[in-house]
Design a protein around this ligand. Sequence first.
Ligand code: SF4
Length: 245
Amino acid sequence: MNQNEELNRILSGIESLLVHQKELEVPIFISDSEESDSGSSFDTSVIDEKLNQVKEEFVDAKSLTELDIMICNCHKCELGSTRKNFVFGVGNHSAEIVFVGEAPGADEDAQGEPFVGRAGKLLNELLKEIGLKREEVFICNILKCRPPNNRDPLPHEVDKCEPYLLKQLSLLKPKIIVALGRIAGNTLLKTSETLTNLRKENYDYYGIPLVITFHPAAILRNPHWKTPTLEDLKKAKLYLEEVTN
Ligand code: SF4
């Protein structure tokens, strides 16, 4: 086979794969990060490279439990002084899907667990509707401590705290991330898009496929957003099934 024939064979293979994905309505993930060069791959090599630049002890944690112990007394930003509880995250330490919110709210701060209270109950219901249980997934936030009065995370707080999320993802090795809410999506992608625009595309976060949808608290304020949220979650689940099988 000459060089041209070989090239045509590869292009034809890629075309068939894209057609197959479209037929199944499986989302095709695009890389939106200059630092990510792994396309639709869900390996954590890009995250690990980023973590190599962080000169802190927690980077050496061998498990999520060990990481939690190493960072739970963090005071790297002022939220360490105003929190009631550090909120590490909960769920399956081998989860294939990770849900990420922006920061703990009042209920989460009080209980030390993310997505509890009414919003947490709704998240559990949404998971059930796509055939998942809370115990099967991992749920966490970008910030591990509550910003006073639930204000948006400040850039310097994200700079300090985001490496913890990277380490969590490096240990979890999920196949897909679902960001809950505009702030979480924009914070992860370093953009300032509307949620409407964020939902139009599939992204990757340091090489891990990323879907962005409504925050459950937003659905509590506007129940009409439940249907599009379920569409996004089904899309993520379909992708998960496709890459798992
Ligand atoms: S928000 Fe993050 S960086 Fe700030 S004190 Fe809490 S754990 Fe540390």
